[in-house]
Design a protein around this ligand. Structure first.
Ligand code: NAD
Length: 490
């Protein structure tokens, strides 16, 4: 019998600084969406495999949390240089497992570097507080780590999203379990190996592969103190409820439906290129994708320019694949249904084929006009390179459409009027707002996180807000002088 050699060796878990066999036997195939080819397999770990990783993280915690933060960050300074050294290999890996273009994959690694740089500034950011609260009595407040924490990631940014949590949580003194998406498990192993090379002690970061079973085990494990999750809203809700009902901290980021409001006074060329890039970047598989545009008033000229821009997006060249056969079918079904419901398909990306990659999962850039708010394409997350355009007469009607959607990740306005921009900033019901920017990702030190059904939990996942999530405050009151003046509290 012919034994098939896979491009990448079978994925293993990473526990206590070693690549280990998972305690469970079932495995899952990993396909490259670029070609549809089987490239690796991964273990569907069970609760026992998770427990082994948690015990390693628990054993590493006392020493790691006792290491001064100025020493902990030195490892991440070194790690940053390794990310730069291996940039091409890391980007190639992202491209292979996720299907995005090389430039998009590289941008993802560049963002991981920025996230690492932010974590390196942590000693300056978490400096404690101190006050003499009465004569000879001193109070201080310090940020302390939580213990073993977990990070559960989605498929769409195999390198960047793990970096939303790993550098901050670990620099702040926690030890971690990373559960990558089972659809893109290659980058996570590489991240763990590079951190070891940078000097991270064994057990501080552990990677456990698997699907639903392992996520549920994370939510239930008594030795995990906090869970961060990034994925679809339906699963984010389940994870948030399960983790918090087990008395853990949780921040769970969900899906999105981001509205781009375009006014007739918007700069036509800039708006067209921004809107086209927002809907099609990473094949529309971004929680920040502007998948829905609301055109206010006379904007036919801008719509024509958007179509012109979208025509320049060539599948297989500057537009990557979507993640799976199922995703391709779901996206194409959305287009077909919208057309049947009366919307006008101005540019049709269905049935896209890339020569030489006939089995890859490709959808071309698609622009659909005259979508109405009641259509499924206007309500659900499509997660493909598809722009659904709705039309209104007033900005208030556009805001009403945006406000009515249950998500709240991002919203943007394109205009040359300061007062219209300010009106959208004040009235859009979303956590991240763009003015003449189609993908308004807050860069460090600002924090990333949406509102409503796009995020459950109090803190954001990156930036300054995440410091609150990954730490707890210790308040100490001290008196050394027996003569000191005391009040009723001291
Ligand atoms: P997903 O919800 O299917 O999977 C996310 C994680 O949950 C994976 O690790 C997966 O193994 C696990 N999972 C899947 N089914 C589960 C179940 N039934 N029970 C428990 N765990 C389960 O999401 P995805 O398809 O990998 O990623 C795409 C989604 O993520 C989109 O909705 C996108 O908007 C969202 N996303 C949101 C943000 C954000 O910042 N809000 C960022 C990136 C992606």
């Amino acid at each position: 019998m012919e034994v098939q050699t896979l491009k990448y060796p079978a994925i293993r878990n990473y526990v206590a600084g070693q690549s280990v066999e998972s305690a469970s036997t079932p495995t899952m195939d990993v396909f490259s969406p670029l070609s549809g080819q089987l490239i690796s397999t991964l273990p569907l770990s069970n609760a026992a495999a998770l427990d082994a990783a948690v015990q390693a993280a628990k054993a590493a915690f006392p020493s790691w949390s006792a290491t001064p933060i100025k020493e902990r960050v030195q490892i991440f300074y070194r790690y940053k240089t390794l990310l730069e050294r291996d940039m091409k290999a890391l980007a190639d890996l992202v491209r292979e497992e996720n299907g995005k273009t090389y430039d998009e994959a590289r941008a993802e690694v560049e963002k991981a570097i920025e996230l690492t740089e932010f974590a390196c500034s942590m000693p300056q950011l978490i400096q404690g507080e101190f006050l003499e609260v009465s004569k000879g009595v001193e109070a201080r407040a310090e940020r302390k780590p939580l213990g073993v924490v977990a990070s559960i990631a989605p498929f769409n940014f195999p390198n960047m999203v793990p970096h939303w949590t790993i550098p901050n949580a670990i620099v702040l003194g926690n030890t971690m379990i990373l559960k990558p998406s089972e659809q893109v498990p290659l980058s996570a192993v590489k991240i763990a190996e590079l951190l070891k090379e940078a000097g991270l002690p064994d057990g501080v970061l552990n990677v456990v592969n698997g699907d639903k079973e392992i996520v549920e085990a994370i939510c239930d494990h008594p030795d995990i103190q906090a869970v961060s999750f990034v994925g679809s809203t339906a699963i984010a809700k389940v994870v948030y409820i399960r983790a918090t009902s087990n008395l853990k901290r949780c921040v769970a980021l969900g899906g999105a439906k981001n509205h781009l409001m375009v006014l007739p006074d918007a700069h036509p060329e800039m708006t067209a290129s921004n809107v086209a890039a927002s809907m099609s970047g990473c094949a529309g598989q971004r929680c920040m994708a502007g998948s829905t545009m609301v055109g206010v008033g006379a904007i036919d000229g801008i719509v024509a320019k958007i179509v012109e821009e979208a025509k320049k997006i060539v599948v297989g060249k500057n537009l990557g694949s979507v993640i799976s056969k199922e995703a391709k079918a779901r996206i194409e079904q959305h287009i077909t249904e919208a057309e049947a419901a009366g919307a006008k398909v101005l540019l049709d990306g269905r049935n896209a084929v890339v020569p030489g990659h006939e089995d890859g999962y490709y959808v071309g850039a698609t622009v659909i006009d005259y979508v109405t708010p009641d259509m499924r394409i206007a309500q659900e997350e499509v997660f493909g390179p598809v722009l659904a355009i709705m039309r209104t007469n007033t900005l208030d009607e556009a805001i009403a459409i945006e406000n009515a959607n249950p998500y709240g990740n991002a919203a943007a306005v394109f205009t040359s009027s300061g007062s219209s921009a300010r009106y959208v900033m004040d009235h859009a019901n979303a956590g991240m707002i763009g003015v003449n920017i189609g993908v308004p990702v807050p860069r460090e030190p600002f924090s990333f996180g949406g509102w409503n059904d796009s995020k459950f939990g109090a803190c954001d996942i990156t930036g300054k807000s995440s410091i609150e999530f990954w730490t707890q405050l210790k308040k100490t009151t001290t008196k050394w002088n027996p003569e000191s003046r005391v009040n009723w509290m001291s």
